[in-house]
Unconditional design. Structure first.
Length: 92
């Protein structure tokens, strides 16, 4: 019985030590801990990447619109060229 009580005391003490270490471990909520600083750094990097993605998507949309305008202009110029060719043939 005494050996079991001693083992229980040792386990309780070890459990207490482990609980204290757990409470003192790095937390991402603590900006002063290494994990907290890394979390903040990654959060900032994510925000920058999201901003860049938004900017690139806006530029892509602008280029798509410009491309559509140029394709329309090409079609109009081809039609004008055909009309002028037809008029030139008729004039000869």
């Amino acid at each position: 019985v005494a050996a079991l009580q001693e083992e229980k005391s040792i386990l309780l003490a070890e459990n207490q030590i482990l609980m204290e270490r757990l409470n003192q471990s790095d937390s991402i909520e603590d900006p002063n801990s290494p994990a907290g600083r890394r979390h903040l750094q990654l959060q900032t990097q994510l925000e920058h990447l999201q901003e860049e993605t938004f900017r690139l998507e806006a530029a892509k949309d602008d280029y798509r619109i410009r491309c559509e305008e140029l394709e329309k202009e090409i079609a109009e110029l081809r039609q004008q060229t055909e009309e002028l060719s037809t008029l030139a043939e008729e004039a000869q």
